[in-house]
Write a protein that binds this ligand. Structure first.
Ligand SMILES: Cc1ncc(COP(=O)(O)O)c(C=O)c1O
Length: 379
């Protein structure tokens, strides 16, 4: 088997993952962020070897290889050297985010985010009893409201949850914007949890520059979270690695009992390590297909009442239905009348009810059907 991309509708209808099993067969699912492509062959082979050997006993070598596999991956992608001794394994990106946030704050401390943003961020802050400080992105270009951020950073904010590239808009914050953002971080001594799990999926040949690459003073205040879950379609692996730039958090983490956080399973670690070590050709093919899909979507919605800023990264399109006949609850109407499942915009921020998020990581044929069905219900 080679690493050509494969979307097999029969396979998708028979697998048990939530994307294809939540709704009945007539619905085309474009909601949760899983791809319809089969994951890299290297991950499949690593798992198959364990299954064929019925090798289900204690086995930690893949777990031990997670950190070096990730730091090598980051180095070869970004040229950024992250010391292995400053990295910690978690069982998901949100696990990393919540653990670090709780260790660094007290109840009612302010934790900022920039909505619309991946919805578990807000839930993480609220369920930990921290104060949610939402600084909505400016709709024109999805840029940070730097003035407001600077104002609130003076006294209200202790931790910032950052997402670059950005889910759901697919936006990349520019170098100038990140420079201004970083100045505020340093000036007010804030901690940033930088979720960069979309960093491998950037279009038009643009490089990724981790927040931690913006100098030593910034890096010391950044926790960089990485995972193979989005890049290689391995969300079920439940593995994440974080580089902890802030020394006091490293100390707090190492003072905890060894098994306090648990560990990923040897299955998840094997699939993840194999992807980081040998998944580059698969990723090249995938990016090419995603790029074509992105361009197809942009063209399809141009000239309609649906507004879409062509995403610079991710496989997510953030669709604005406010000028359409279904502005009140677009995803609900599209599900009922169009038989396409999108992620409701309201999940990502209180001001986003006229939006919906579309996952375009699928075959050109399925994407064409998704677009046709949406356009049939929208005026
Ligand atoms: C920005 C962001 N962070 C975290 C996650 C969850 O990742 P994981 O399953 O690795 O925890 C997602 C999933 O879509 C995401 O978009």
């Amino acid at each position: 088997m080679n690493d050509s991309l494969h979307v097999d509708l029969d396979r998708l209808h028979s697998i048990k993952g939530m994307k294809w099993s939540k709704y009945e067969k007539e619905i085309l699912p474009a909601f949760v962020a899983d791809m319809d492509f089969e994951p890299p062959n290297s991950s499949y082979e690593a798992l198959k070897e364990m299954v064929d050997l019925k090798d289900f006993g204690y086995k930690f070598d893949h777990v031990d290889r997670l950190i070096p596999a990730w730091t090598n991956w980051i180095f070869s992608r970004d040229g950024l050297e992250l010391p292995e001794a400053h990295c910690t394994i978690f069982t998901s990106s949100i696990h990393a985010l919540e653990a670090v946030m709780v260790l660094h704050t007290q109840p009612n401390d302010g934790v900022a985010l920039f909505s619309p943003v991946y919805h578990p961020f807000a839930k993480a802050v609220q369920s930990a009893g921290r104060k949610l400080i939402d600084i909505p992105l400016l709709e024109e270009g999805w840029t940070i409201d730097i003035e407001r951020f600077n104002e609130l950073a003076k006294s209200e904010i202790k931790v910032v949850l950052f997402c670059q590239p950005h889910n759901p808009t697919g936006h990349l914050f520019s170098e100038d914007e990140v420079a201004e953002f970083s100045e505020i971080i340093i000036k007010h001594n804030l901690l940033v949890i930088s979720d960069e799990i979309w960093a491998d999926l950037i279009f038009d040949g643009k490089p990724h520059r981790s927040l931690a690459a913006h100098g030593q003073e910034v890096r010391e205040r950044i926790v960089t979270v990485g995972s193979a879950s989005k890049t290689f379609n391995l969300a079920g692996a439940r593995c994440s690695v974080a580089h902890i730039g802030e020394e006091s958090i490293r100390q707090k983490l190492s003072a905890l009992p060894e098994h306090y956080f648990g560990q990923p399973s040897s299955f998840g670690a094997a699939a993840t390590v194999a992807a980081w070590e040998s998944g580059k050709p698969w990723l090249r093919n995938t990016l090419k297909q995603l790029h074509e899909n992105r361009d197809f979507l942009t063209k399809s919605f141009a000239g309609t009442n649906i507004k879409m800023d062509s995403p610079q990264a991710t496989y997510l399109a953030w669709l604005n239905f406010s000028n359409t006949n279904i502005s009140e609850a677009p995803s609900k109407v599209i599900l009922e009348k169009g038989r396409v499942a999108l992620e409701p915009g309201s999940k990502f921020g209180p001001q986003s009810h006229s939006y919906a998020r579309l996952n375009f990581a699928t075959s050109p044929e399925l994407l064409e059907s998704i677009v046709e069905r949406i356009l049939e219900v929208v005026d």
